[in-house]
Write a protein that binds this ligand. Structure first.
Ligand SMILES: [Zn+2]
Length: 456
């Protein structure tokens, strides 16, 4: 499935240099650790120590580990950074990515709904889910908030694959009980009941690695009764909610027609009770200041999906205003609205979208740079999933979700000339994709390695 593994320079001897001593493991590499949107920690010959429970116990220069009698995995020449967090992605749309020529509503009808219909087949659902989760790992994503289809069985199968994958996954069955194609439209009660059953089965599985997110698709395809039911269920099970908000201008007019009693799009969700601190709204492009205020007041989170917003010509997200309003923002690939699963591509597009706004505003605003994008794809995403005390950076006490990347593969000079950490991070943000991902770990467990992948 990867066409670029041969480009990856691997050194099996280095990986074999493992000294088995205790349950603790020291991973030696250059360390990039996000701190804020303007700062990251760069330890050139650094290491992280992971305890037997899969938690980070120390981060420092490697010389400070010298007396330690622990297993050492030597990733010198590579970079360790937190695993990337995709706050918005559609599993059933992976096989139909990059189908150009439409805006949101036509694209849904032409490509998305027929693709999602095919998940009636358990065989197809299993094959698609297995490839999807593998591809997430190969792209360096260790946590993802995933939409499935309306099919309960396909979603159940996807959860099984998610559990097997070792990834940290937030997922739900899509819900839609109005204005949908007849082959996907559900009955309100049935949609709620099936979602509740899946939530009961999967929410909190493997000590919280697998979580349920109630997934009403977006306001036009959801009745008020359905959304109110979602609010009750999410509260009952302390589960997540994910949906779309204010993505496309035609969608906006449609929502206005369908919900004339609401002040605006955000108000539709507010009235239904689904704006919560565990709710993730994808997009949120065309919101006004009072809507941003409402999102902030309810601690609702936003998944910014720049690649998708460019691809479907949806709009130019106002990152500064959203952050300034006090709303937490993470990044989402929004595959298949976005054409690529790589969060590196997403970081680059988020920077470019922010620069577009900078140009439009005659340089009067601050644009997102590579350090800021790195923060959004890691710590920002952790906040969006209310997991900032658990993952998002490499602070001792956090769970060891990290990736190992080879930045020399996207450096035309092949790493020959010494670059600063800031310069290397910039090349990663603007040039990297799945080529650079060498290994991925969740809770200290190796869930992906390019060496295993080459063997497969
Ligand atoms: Zn989406």
């Amino acid at each position: 499935m990867r066409d670029n593994t041969s480009q990856k320079k691997t050194n099996a001897n280095k990986l074999d240099a493992v000294i088995e001593v205790t349950g603790q493991t020291i991973y030696r590499a250059r360390i990039f650790n996000p701190v804020s949107r303007s700062e990251f920690e760069d330890i050139e010959d650094g290491a992280i120590e992971v305890d037997e429970k899969g938690k980070i116990s120390k981060i420092a220069k490697f010389s400070e580990f010298k007396d330690k009698k622990a297993k050492i995995i030597d990733y010198r020449g590579k970079i360790i950074m937190p695993g990337l967090i995709d706050c918005h992605v559609h599993l059933p749309q992976y096989d139909m990515v990059a189908m150009d020529g439409y805006e949101l509503l036509n694209w849904l009808n032409e490509y998305t709904f027929p693709a999602e219909r095919r998940f009636e087949s358990p065989k197809l659902a299993k094959d698609a889910a297995s490839r999807f989760f593998h591809a997430l790992k190969a792209n360096g994503t260790t946590t993802a908030a995933v939409y499935n289809t309306v099919h309960k069985n396909a979603t159940d199968i996807a959860f099984e694959e998610a559990e097997k994958s070792g990834l940290r996954v937030f997922m739900g069955k899509v819900m839609m009980d109005q204005n949908s194609p007849d082959f996907l439209q559900e009955k309100t009660e049935e949609s709620l009941l099936e979602s509740e059953e899946l939530c009961k089965k999967w929410h909190g599985r493997d000590n919280g690695r697998i979580n349920y997110a109630f997934t009403p698709r977006f306001a036009p395809t959801c009745s008020e009764k359905l959304m109110e039911g979602v609010a009750d269920l999410a509260k009952k099970y302390n589960a997540y909610i994910q949906t779309h908000l204010s993505e496309n201008r035609s969608e906006l007019s449609w929502v206005k027609e369908l919900f004339p009693q609401s002040k605006n799009y955000t108000d539709v969700y507010y009235n239904a009770g689904i704006l919560t601190q565990k709710t993730i709204m994808a997009h949120s492009i065309w919101v006004n200041p009072s809507e941003l205020k409402l999102l902030a007041q309810t601690s609702t989170k936003v998944a910014h999906c720049a690649s998708s917003n460019f691809f479907l010509k949806s709009g130019i997200f106002d990152l500064n205003s959203t952050l300034d309003a006090g709303v937490d923002v993470g990044l989402g690939s929004d595959v298949g609205g976005g054409p690529n699963l790589s969060l590196f591509r997403e970081m680059s597009n988020a920077c470019n979208m922010s620069k577009t706004r900078y140009i439009q505003e005659n340089g009067s605003t601050k644009n997102l740079d590579s350090i800021g994008a790195f923060y959004l794809a890691t710590k920002g995403g952790a906040k969006v999933l209310s997991l900032d005390k658990v993952i998002g950076d490499l602070t001792p006490g956090k769970e060891a979700d990290f990736i190992v990347v080879d930045a020399t593969l996207v450096d035309p000079q092949n790493g020959a000339k010494n670059k600063s950490g800031k310069e290397i991070l910039s090349q990663l943000v603007y040039r990297a994709d799945d080529r650079v991902v060498f290994a991925a770990y969740v809770r200290g467990k190796n869930i992906y390695s390019v060496l295993q992948n080459m063997k497969n």
